[in-house]
Design a binder for this molecule. Structure first.
Ligand code: UFG
Length: 325
């Protein structure tokens, strides 16, 4: 069965391609390479380089293949950049998704798994966060993802587009063999930056704020291994193929780790002292983000197997040392 992965050359998309292939799916990738890497795309996938908003190009993709479902990752995802350039985020994330959905409906491809985010919840009133909690984004990136969720729902009622939105918490790790992994430019995420220090590419890690209302005063996040995350995407797609109703699911571990705990775990995994210094808070960072993902476990039958931050750091460390793009 053929599945289209948009953004399949990106960090999460390239891992999803691997997981889909391992389960016997034929994978079509569409990526405009704005932030993706050709080297990240498995050779067994059929790669189309182009834009999801190019209707002529997408007609060709849908006509040349027999696509039964789409996993839509293609998006910009830098919170800081989104705050200074909202046009770029609304144009790339919202407008282009609108075009993709139009093409899907025209070609009668009516199963969609959408890459959403914890950023749609904004500053939570309580933890853990449930799917039914208020979605009040505090940054443009989260707002565009929420707009995309809403757009998809309306296509659902208007055109019968069956959809699942997966709201991820903090994605980490890499393929175990270190052949693909996270490669953002600029890199803003905690684990890759810590590991660049361990790899002597940076002098130290800055801890953004040590005055939060948490056990050690640094921010707490819920980390999930990218391969566990991708397994959930395949389960969500199969859930739709089996005729189940459209829904939203949180994807996280339900456990929170502070910035200091992550640095300590990385010291243990890498054996490097990883110098750290306290810096001012980063604007817009909630103190604690922890998911309740019981629904994904119960309804999708999701069983994450890498819920240990040392495994995530170990795999990301293997990638950091083998990085080829
Ligand atoms: N942090 C540091 N130093 C750094 C980098 C990060 O202390 O050099 C801290 C951050 O302040 C935060 C934690 O480490 O408390 C995690 O930061 P990341 O940037 O790795 O991840 P975020 O929690 O900011 O980002 C995640 C997702 C985004 C999503 C965002 C919404 O990765 O895609 O949550 O809040 F938009």
């Amino acid at each position: 069965m053929q599945v289209l992965v948009t953004g399949g050359a990106g960090y999460i998309g390239s891992h999803a391609v691997k997981v889909l292939l391992s389960k016997g799916y034929e994978v079509i990738v569409v990526d405009n390479l704005a932030t993706g890497h050709v080297e990240a795309v498995d050779d067994r996938a059929k790669l189309y380089i182009g834009d999801i908003s190019d209707e002529v190009f997408m007609d060709k993709v849908f006509k040349e293949n027999d696509i039964k479902g789409v996993i839509h990752f293609a998006a910009f995802s830098l919170v800081g950049e989104s705050m200074t350039n909202p046009y770029k985020y609304y144009e790339n994330n919202v407008s282009k998704t609108n075009k993709l959905l139009k093409s899907m409906v025209e070609h009668n491809v009516l199963n969609l798994v959408f890459s959403s985010t914890a950023a749609t919840y904004g500053e939570p009133e309580k933890t853990p966060i449930y799917e039914s909690d208020a979605q009040v984004p505090t940054n443009v990136y989260g707002q565009t993802k929420l707009a995309m969720e809403h757009m998809i729902k309306w296509y659902g009622s208007a055109h019968g587009l069956n959809n699942v939105a997966l709201r991820y918490f903090n994605v980490a790790g890499a393929l175990e063999d270190g052949s693909i992994g996270e490669a953002h430019n600029p890199e803003t995420h905690l684990i890759p930056i810590i590991l660049q220090v361990a790899n002597n590419k940076r002098a130290k890690i800055s801890i953004f704020g040590d005055d939060y209302p948490t056990k050690d005063k640094t921010c707490i996040r819920d980390y999930i291994h990218v391969l566990d995350l991708c397994e959930a995407h395949v389960l969500a797609l199969e859930y739709l193929f089996n005729g189940n109703p459209s829904d939203n699911f949180n994807l996280g571990s339900g456990e929170g780790f502070s910035v200091l705990e992550m640095i300590e775990a990385a010291r243990k995994v890498t054996g490097h002292p990883i110098p750290a210094e306290v810096a001012p808070r980063r604007a817009g960072d909630p103190a604690v983000l922890i998911a309740n993902s019981d629904k994904a476990r119960k309804v999708l039958g999701w069983v994450p197997t890498r819920e240990n931050i040392e495994i995530m750091i170990r795999d990301a460390w293997c990638w950091e040392q083998n990085k080829r793009y």
